[in-house]
Every structure is written in structure tokens, then in C-alpha cells.
Ligand binder design. Structure first.
Ligand code: GLP
Length: 241
């Protein structure tokens, strides 16, 4: 894992933005894996700016989001589809039909998982997968204990994850108990992975990631076995290393 240290959140977002723009500019039909959460917001804003000011075009880009809450439809402001539309897609020239997010309100969720995985496979997997990390080491919504070989599946969210994400909802009770997530096996097949980590509250998480063992108890640890992972982390996140 290649670790790039940045002064702060802004510099982390700018550096990530350069790497994503380079992928878009050098691959004919780039397939990007996208993440939600607070961490990539600065990256998405920077990509919007590059589109508006430097003509970075997303016409040939296809995106697959990592995950979605079960039960939240695209019109729900807390759904990840809504987040992606508002934070990125509606401000750039991407074709809406080339933006994929698992459908958390599908009638048959098992079927949704199988067809989402199939769709990723048909597209040849991600050229670049952007990741954030949960405090407990989760990637996407792959909570501790998820098999490293997992494919797109339904998960029961950890209580700690629901609490961490409750800040986006009116109350903890409103945070869904389940989500659809691409699997760790799916993520590991990405050609390149870019993991963004910011803030002092992630310092213990980063330390465990870098110094700890590879174990299903800490899902992100498997990234050490991937041949092309770049971590961009700010000084606060790296402060306990
Ligand atoms: C959620 C998402 C993850 C994300 C994590 C961290 O659980 N499913 O993909 O990495 O939150 O979020 P944040 O960036 O807000 O710390």
C-alpha cells in the first residue's frame, strides 16, 4: 500500500481529484467505483470544479456505487442514490444511465444483489475504486466478519456503524438496519484502489490498518494483498502511526 500524507482534508481531496481525473483522461471508457460518506465529498466537489473550469468530461464514464441502504428509495434524502445525484452526477456531464447504485428498495433484494454483481462483471470491473473506511475497518458496508471472498450481498449493519451514520438522520431509529453492499471479493478485483482517510477520529483505524494483521475482523486489512492500493490520508488521520 502506497501512503500519501497530506496536510489536511482539502489537500487530500485535491490529490484524489488529480488521480481520478488522470484515470478519466487516460482510459477510453473508464469504470469508476464510487463511495459515499463525508470523506469523498471534497473529491466530488473538486471533480465538479474540474468539469466546469477545465472541461473534464464524464461522457464516457460509467460509475458503480459501493452500497445502498435497504428500504431507502432514490427520493429519500438519506439514500446514497440521492447523495450521489446531489453531490456529483447532476453537476457533471455523465449519462444518468451510466450511473449505477444498488436499488435498496427493490422488491427482491437477493435478485438485486445478483444482477448488480453481474452488471459489474459485464463491465469488466472497476478501473479505479474509491473507498472510505468505517471506524471498525468496514469498506463499502462490509462489516467485520464478512468473508474476504464475498460478492454483492445484503448486510445487517453493526450498531457502531448505525451510530456513526446517525448524524445524517433525524434519529438513530431512522437509520436502516440493513444495506446492500458490493462484496470484498468484488472490491478486490478493481484494477486500482484509492482509499481516502481524514480526521483524528480515524487515527486508530489507520494505525490498525497499517500495523495490524490481515483478518476478516478488520475488513480493510485485505487491501494489503491488493497490488495497487493508494491511501491518501491527512496528517490528523496519520497522527497515531
Ligand atoms: C459508510 C459507507 C462507507 C464509508 C463509511 C465512512 O458506512 N457505507 O462506504 O466509507 O461510511 O464514512 P465517512 O466518510 O463519513 O467517515
Amino acid at each position: 500500500m502506497n501512503i500519501i500524507s497530506t496536510k489536511d482534508y482539502q489537500e487530500m481531496s485535491r490529490k484524489a481529484c488529480e488521480l481520478v481525473a488522470e484515470t478519466i483522461n487516460t482510459i477510453e471508457k473508464p469504470i469508476l467505483g464510487l463511495a459515499t460518506g463525508s470523506t469523498p465529498e471534497g473529491l466530488y466537489q473538486c471533480l465538479i470544479n474540474k468539469h466546469k473550469e477545465e472541461q473534464l468530461s464524464f461522457r464516457h464514464v460509467t460509475t458503480f456505487n459501493l452500497d445502498e441502504y435497504v428500504g431507502l428509495g432514490s427520493e429519500n434524502p438519506n439514500s446514497y442514490r440521492y447523495f450521489m445525484n446531489g453531490k456529483l452526477f447532476q453537476h457533471i456531464d455523465i449519462r444518468k444511465e451510466n450511473t449505477y447504485v444498488p436499488n435498496g428498495s427493490a422488491e427482491n433484494l437477493e435478485e438485486e444483489c445478483v444482477s448488480y454483481e453481474e452488471l459489474i462483471r459485464e463491465h469488466g470491473g472497476m478501473d479505479l475504486q474509491i473507498l472510505g473506511i468505517g471506524l471498525n475497518g468496514h469498506i463499502g458496508f462490509n462489516e467485520p466478519g464478512t468473508p474476504f471472498t464475498s460478492r454483492t450481498h445484503i448486510v445487517e449493519l453493526d450498531e457502531s456503524t448505525r451510530q456513526a451514520n446517525a448524524r445524517f438522520f433525524d434519529s438513530l431509529e431512522e437509520v436502516p438496519t440493513h444495506a446492500i453492499t458490493t462484496g470484498i471479493g468484488t472490491i478486490m478485483e478493481s484494477k486500482k484502489i484509492l482509499l481516502l482517510i481524514s480526521g483524528e477520529n480515524k487515527a486508530d483505524t489507520v494505525t490498525r490498518l497499517v500495523n495490524g494483521d490481515i483478518s476478516e475482523d478488520f475488513p480493510a486489512s485485505i487491501l494489503k494483498e491488493h497490488p495497487n492500493v493508494t491511501i491518501i490520508a491527512d496528517e490528523a488521520a496519520l497522527s497515531k502511526l
